[in-house]
Design a protein around this ligand. Structure first.
Ligand SMILES: *[C@@H]1O[C@H](CO)[C@@H](O)[C@H](O)[C@H]1NC(C)=O
Ligand SMILES: *[C@@H]1O[C@H](CO)[C@@H](O)[C@H](O)[C@H]1NC(C)=O
Ligand SMILES: *[C@@H]1O[C@H](CO)[C@@H](O)[C@H](O)[C@H]1NC(C)=O
Length: 247
């Protein structure tokens, strides 16, 4: 179908409603719930589908289904073509899963959002995404301390504390400055005004070669391996399968 030949905005909105459930859901969602005309970025949350019904996260193990990447990505592309979103991307995808998307995508993903911190630097994925022009976004760059599912391991790491003290900065600032210097984008959240301010104060100083030496020596380990996504009857029977060996 040649979308560019469609006559008017009204027709553009009708067609996804008739043929593409995902763009239909999104158009309804954006207009009514978010009260926005469009999104800047729309991501596939996980490389996993759920049985139709109530939406729960994490998807209960007996409701996990293999994602039909071809049709889901086609619907994502439609969302972009119909102006519902400016960019489309994925999240929690390995190099191999990204490669699969790239093998048939007409519009390649702009972003892959994954766990990245000095404790899980994602070297392989970073090189891959750089070579494919995909922006990597770090989620939980501070380990999500204080959340139900997070960890104190990043904020309490002695190596990071040492670096922070040497610069008269906080561990959070060291982590964010590190991500910034790596060319990553990141999502970081606080309800605390002082910490919000702190998180912005990372642009007028830098990490030294010595700091990098220390950071590069931190033993690497995925902090959120996500066993919740692994199940005997689901698409991923082991963590190896979920991350395609990138663990
Ligand atoms: C990626 O996985 C994490 C951990 O389960 C999850 O919290 C996050 O919502 C997922 N994706 C995005 C875009 O945040
Ligand atoms: C944290 O810091 C310690 C002490 O410097 C280091 O040995 C360790 O590898 C770091 N990482 C983790 C996950 O604790
Ligand atoms: C360390 O940082 C704090 C907070 O930014 C500042 O108030 C203080 O003056 C700094 N101390 C030194 C020795 O630079």
């Amino acid at each position: 179908m040649n979308f560019s030949s469609l006559p008017s905005y009204g027709a553009l909105m009708l067609i996804p409603i008739l043929f593409f459930p995902l763009s239909k859901i999104l158009s309804g969602y954006i207009c009514r719930m978010l009260q926005l005309e469009y999104l800047d970025l729309y991501l596939i949350h996980w490389p996993l589908s759920a049985k139709p019904g109530k939406i729960g996260f994490p998807v209960p193990k007996d409701e996990q289904l293999a994602m039909d990447f071809n049709s889901v990505w086609a619907a994502m592309e439609d969302c972009l073509r119909f102006g519902l979103t400016k960019s489309i991307g994925v999240s929690n995808f390995s190099c191999k899963k990204l490669e699969n998307i790239l093998s048939f995508a007409t519009i390649p993903p702009s972003v892959n959002q994954v766990e990245i911190s000095p404790l899980w630097r994602q070297q392989k994925l970073r090189e891959f995404c750089k070579s494919k022009n995909i922006v990597l976004t770090a989620y939980s760059p501070l380990g999500a301390k204080g959340t139900r599912w997070g960890t104190n391991e990043v904020m309490d790491n002695e190596t990071l504390k040492e670096i922070a003290n040497a610069h008269n900065k906080t561990v959070a600032q060291v982590c964010l400055r590190w991500a910034f210097e790596q060319g990553l984008s990141f999502v970081v959240k606080s309800f605390n005004k002082e910490r919000m301010r702190e998180n912005l104060q990372i642009f007028d100083w830098g990490l030294s070669l010595d700091d990098y030496k220390k950071i590069n020596e931190i033993k690497q380990r995925r902090l959120f391996p996500k066993l919740e996504m692994v199940s005997p009857n689901g698409p991923f029977k082991s963590l190896e399968e979920l991350w395609d060996g990138e663990i």
